[in-house]
Design a binder for this molecule. Sequence first.
Ligand code: ATP
Ligand code: MG
Length: 398
Amino acid sequence: MGGGVRDILLGLKPKDFDVATDASPEQVKSLFRNCRLIGRRFRLAHILFGREVIEVATFRGHHAQDSAQNVEKKNKQSPSHSSSEGMILRDNVFGSIEEDAIRRDFTVNALYYDIADYSVQDFCDGMSDLNDRLLRMIGDPETRYREDPVRMLRAVRLAIKLDLEIEETSAEPLQALSSLLRDVPSARLWDESHKLFLTGFSEKTFATLEHFHLLQPMLPQMIESLESNNNPRFREFIEAALVNSDSRIRSSKSINPAFLYACFLWQSVKDTVEQYRKDGFQGAEAMQKAQAVVISEQVKSIAIPKRFTQVIREIWLLQHRLEFRRGKNLLSLLGHPRFRAGYDFLLLRASIDEVKQETADWWTEIQEVDLPEQKKMLAAIAPKKRRRRKPNKKPDVN
Ligand code: ATP
Ligand code: MG
């Protein structure tokens, strides 16, 4: 069910299979020794087969049209709770397979492969949407987005990943409701942003999210940079970063989420540094302060864990030394744990002429040559000793 059946019918390789059942999590647990119950918002059973985990969910019952009374009747122990904006906070009411289907997000996600007779069960016309390559929200789209605003991000992500078109009435409310994403816990947005930007489709996903104004609540500082005219080439910089990361992922190279965030927030850091400088702070201190301010602002909407914000800062801090190639132990930078990321970042900056291409090339070359050659390269850029100027014969008359 869910993504697995959909992916197979679309001729794609499913990432995982989820299993749905009318047995309660406790019943599932009593059947399998190697079973753990997880989750608060959705209680699920995980059955472990060696390194494989099969996720087993009990059919869920509640949906927006359910009366509170019905919900109470169905399951006294785990009522479903909504916030005043209609957002579902807990969702542990069990129900029938039909009820389970209609509380899923999109019709193509509500297809069930029935192992009893090898048929596909389709309660929401998912098959016909699949044939028409449409991603359609089940029920009233606006209500469903209000229940869980992350569904707006899922709409964009799945449409791009599966090459489907967001059906018209499902797309229509997106822009107007985008600010609802501000109410989503920042930790959930961190998880979701991974799937948006780190699964190989970030370039298209970014453009579509921007089209529907869905980026603003997640990355307000970046949007401000894009919309201000402080750096007309910032968009090019971001696009290059996205293209870069997509191609790395497609060729199975490692990718650190910190790198993209370092890119998204770079212009904000530069603008903030400028501000601090105007307020009289020196270069390094202005930089430290700007970094701290920009990161603490960003983690309000997306909870980037500390170990990644640390990397973001290191990438930014390296820029000055890489760009100006001053100070002692320049060679030791090559062994810096973030050298690679800092260097890749420098290349992106060079691509928009923010750094001289010659500087970027120098760093490319110095990684490839042996020590004597590296020393020559260092000597070649060492600052020349200043020649004493002869005193002016004539006094300046100004
Ligand atoms: P992916 O291929 O990225 O895993 P998926 O559709 O399988 O996509 P999952 O997050 O694995 O996404 O979710 C499994 C299923 O649970 C979905 O197919 C959908 O039916 C349902 N689901 C997930 N998130 C929501 C949500 N926010 N609202 C309603 N149903 C959801
Ligand atoms: Mg899935």
